[in-house]
Design a protein around this ligand. Structure first.
Ligand code: ATP
Ligand code: 4MY
Ligand code: MG
Length: 366
């Protein structure tokens, strides 16, 4: 059975996708890229489409001609073959394109009675919009309202104090600095001290995988704002084994690769990680995953959890459609099993044939 997919070249280069087509064949699934550059008539018939179409929608919305044409082609395709399930459906995925909608989704999940928090957030037309000192608790992180599928969506600024916020405004207004955050809608979100450890939660249908990652250290004193690119944050800790050197201290970091590096907990001790993991409530995290799945009707998503220092308060700070699934054990098996279950649900009477058999079957036989 053929499953069409639409993923960016970057995504297909990720480790989880390496060898996926070959593995899928062993499971009677033929994964085929949907070439949105071709007329719809030339697109092969498939039984299901899986995608991260946000990578087409976002550039299309920004006027990219190639992306606009591809999106049109995708719409034509779904109009022509309305019976083919799109996993996940585009209207649901669209709810994660911006952080305002994401915030609403998380609030809705909280109303289902699960005890978790979302940091206070406020939305500004641009960063130079005036705010009063008590509008939000500082420190804050300034994030673009646009949530994904563009480099700018990952440009952030950690702003320790209101005074420093005002200084940044002056710099932007006088155009002394020209960071991308200066003239786009932004969200200010209260920064929560969490000891530099974030938990990435990756969800594939009912499968939930949680893994710790380096994050921002606690803000213990005022400093100048820190601009960073969230995609450049190291994806794993260099574990500082206390036994290696008596001079090694918890939180010592590697030589900075970026000016902002020292603000991140790149080098954690096993003790700190264990301590943080002890506070992680996996049952709660699973409940949050269930609530998001039910609220949005999504199969593929990820969210980020931090635990406030000195407490058990869990915060969700980000929610993404089709994240990296980096290091998820058995990713390929889980992914293909989930696709098979979707196909079986959509076509309950059609058995899975070995691919050779299917290729010789009549065209409208799945
Ligand atoms: N409210 C917060 N309090 C403390 N730290 C935060 C907060 N929000 C974000 N962070 C830190 O900043 C990082 C980037 O934030 P966020 O996840 O919102 O960015 P993103 O670009 O949307 O990420 P992704 O690459 O997952 O899409 C987080 O991984 C975490 O380390
Ligand atoms: O680049 P990576 O492979 O790490 O994956 C990142 C992914 O980029 P990709 O979908 O183009 O791969 C990002 O997507 P956009 O927000 O830009 O849409 C976002 O989901 C991050 O959370 C993922 O990083 P993670 O934090 O899960 O590792
Ligand atoms: Mg994140």
């Amino acid at each position: 059975m053929k499953v069409g997919y639409v993923f960016s070249r970057k995504k297909l280069g990720r480790s989880g996708f390496t060898g996926l087509e070959d593995y899928a064949v062993t499971q009677c699934i033929q994964l085929e890229p949907l070439d949105l550059g071709q007329p719809v008539e030339n697109l092969e018939h498939v039984v299901l489409v899986v995608h991260k179409l946000t990578d087409v929608i976002v550039p299309a919305e920004r006027g990219n001609e190639k992306a606009k044409a591809e999106l049109e082609r995708f719409k034509e395709y779904t109009a022509k073959y309305p019976h083919i399930p799109i996993v996940d459906p585009i209207p649901q995925v669209m709810k994660l394109l911006n952080r305002r909608d994401m915030y609403e989704v998380l609030q809705k999940c909280r109303r289902k009675g699960i005890q978790f928090s979302v940091p206070d957030s406020m939305f500004l037309t641009t960063m130079v919009s005036a705010i009063s000192q008590d509008a939000i608790q500082f420190p804050v992180i300034c994030k673009t309202v646009a949530a994904c599928s563009s480099p700018l969506a990952h440009q952030m600024m950690l702003i320790p104090t209101f005074r420093e916020f005002e200084r940044q405004l002056t710099l932007v207004r006088e155009a002394h600095v020209n960071h991308g955050l200066g003239d786009v809608p932004v969200m200010l979100q209260s920064f929560i001290d969490h000891d530099g450890v974030i938990f990435k939660v990756y969800v594939i249908d009912k499968h939930v995988y949680i893994t710790p990652r380096p994050s921002i250290r606690n803000v213990e004193h005022a400093y100048e704002s820190v601009e960073f690119d969230s995609q450049d944050i190291p994806k794993q800790f260099t574990i500082a084994a206390e036994s290696i050197s008596p001079h090694t201290q918890e939180g010592d970091s590697e030589p900075p690769a970026y000016p902002w590096y020292s603000h991140f907990m790149t080098n954690a001790s096993n003790r700190l990680l264990k301590e943080k993991e002890k506070h992680l409530d996996k049952v709660k995290v699973n409940r949050i995953a269930d609530a998001i799945r039910e609220t949005l009707g999504l199969t593929f998503f990820g969210f980020d959890v931090i635990i406030r220092s000195g407490s058990n308060e869990h915060f969700v700070v980000d929610l993404n459609y089709f994240p990296s699934y980096a290091n998820v054990p058995n990713f390929q098996k889980i992914f293909i099993d989930v696709l098979k279950a979707k196909i079986e649900a959509a076509y309950p009477t059609a058995p899975f044939y070995p691919i050779e058999h299917h290729l010789h079957a009549p065209k409208d036989d799945i």
